[in-house]
Design a protein around this ligand. Structure first.
Ligand SMILES: [Mg+2]
Length: 298
């Protein structure tokens, strides 16, 4: 069932304006190349603690940030991509990772707890208990009646308080979209070893619309667009992390690399000159952001 094509809606890339497709690619590139700077900074020991990377899973944050405006964001521990895609400031995230006062939490929260309550980005970070952001997000929707997006992983989906919060959202018809970033791993253990049931079936049984798709950004955009008016709803998205659960190492080639697939799709659409410029400009921006001379002065 899990594959790079599972649930992909054919022909969607041609349905959206080319500007939307290029913006999805731009947001994905921003995450990938920001984190290239993180990886090099860890290797050079400018950052000397465990980081949680979004690389490989960029399409989810990129597409959700295009689909959902005005939502409060409750992010999981793997949250750099969420912050960057929804409009966070790369320099503030860099400074947070470097432990500086100019970081998103004055350098005191680090990689897995990125908070942001400015520039219309209302993002509440993870605090350490796996999946705790789900009941917190549901409570925020209850208290404010504002729409909420909760991101969590396939490991967090197994926590009882996540189920309870999803059921509570159904009972009270709360405007929450639950998004499982299903990279098939809880640290190192695959889903089919951990459980014989599907979180999507559980969500349906609780009484909300729920679907399994993969991380094709156009399919995410389309699905989120359909669901956001019938909340609560649940989307399980198959994706692949590029790096270890924590840290910058790699286990080997990921099952698929969605950024490469989107780049190829844009080429087929005749947008290669625009996409090449976007990628080149982002690489230059992120190299400047993580410039070693600048880091040495910090
Ligand atoms: Mg996982």
């Amino acid at each position: 069932m899990r594959s790079k094509d599972f649930g992909v809606i054919p022909g969607l890339s041609k349905k959206y304006p080319k500007e939307t497709s290029l913006e999805l690619f731009r947001r994905m590139c921003a995450i990938r190349y920001f984190e290239q700077g993180v990886i090099e900074s860890v290797q050079a020991k400018y950052i000397d603690y465990l980081v949680y990377l979004s690389s490989g899973q960029e399409a989810i944050a990129a597409a959700m940030s295009v689909a959902l405006q005005g939502f409060m964001i409750f992010a999981q521990h793997r949250c750099h991509g969420t912050y960057l895609a929804f409009g966070g400031t790369p320099a503030k995230l860099r400074d947070e990772l470097l432990g500086m006062d100019t970081g998103t939490s004055r350098g005191r929260a680090g990689s897995n707890c990125v908070q942001c309550h400015e520039n219309e980005v209302a993002m509440f970070g993870h605090h350490g208990l796996i999946g705790e952001n789900v009941p917190l997000g549901v409570g925020a929707a209850l208290g404010s009646n504002k729409p909420v997006v909760c991101f969590f992983g396939d490991g967090a989906a197994e926590e009882d308080y996540v189920f309870a919060a999803m059921g509570f959202a159904v009972t009270h018809r709360l405007p929450v979209i639950f998004v499982c970033e299903d990279n098939n791993l809880s640290i190192l253990t695959k889903v089919d070893i951990r459980r014989s049931w599907s979180i999507t079936h559980v969500a349906r049984a609780l009484g909300m619309p729920a679907v399994d798709i993969t991380d094709d950004p156009w399919t995410i955009l389309e699905t989120a667009g359909q669901f956001k008016n019938t909340l609560p709803a649940f989307i399980n998205i198959y994706t692949c992390r590029a790096n270890w659960h924590a840290g910058v190492g790699v286990d080997g080639p990921p099952e698929w690399d969605r950024l490469s697939m989107v780049r190829e799709e844009l080429e087929k659409m005749g947008l290669s000159s625009q996409s090449e410029k976007i990628e080149k400009d982002i690489i230059a921006e992120m190299e400047k952001l993580w410039d070693k001379k600048h880091l040495q002065k910090l």
